[in-house]
Design a protein around this ligand. Sequence first.
Ligand code: FES
Ligand code: FES
Length: 169
Amino acid sequence: MEAKVIHLTVNGRAHRALVEPNLSLLHVLRELLGYTDVKNGCEKGDCGACTVILNGKAVNSCLVLAWQAEGAVVVTDTGLGTLEHPHPVQEAFADLGAAQCGYCTPGMVVSAKALLDENPHPSEAEIREALSGNLCRCTGYGQIVHAVQLAAEKMVTAESAENAEEKTR
Ligand code: FES
Ligand code: FES
């Protein structure tokens, strides 16, 4: 099969890329489009370093063929927030020192964000289950789990404040 052009939106930005049929979404994101925050750890679905949100679901981008992402909406860690305006999950990871070498961190943050979108009040077991596909060689996971708990608290508090403000309008 010949290469074909695919179209996808990454972190709000529209892209097109000429892609060979055997290329993964990970390869396209990192090597063709420059999203180097999507890490390449194993390329076989074992480590979670390549996790992105694809059409609302956290996936290992190394296991998705780029052709399957035609028309897709992709969000990576850098699409969640900036240094000035970090996402609550990013902020909590920084506040609690949940990153050491940082290699696993973008994938962890993306998986945690996807979890909190679906389940704003996860138990510790649910957090560990949601992050079970994301491996970390440095932290022992304790600080990562605490960071996700802190992010959940921050997000719930922010939402309650927003609702209270709306009621007074
Ligand atoms: S690089 Fe995709 S799971 Fe390891
Ligand atoms: S912080 Fe180093 S692998 Fe997780």
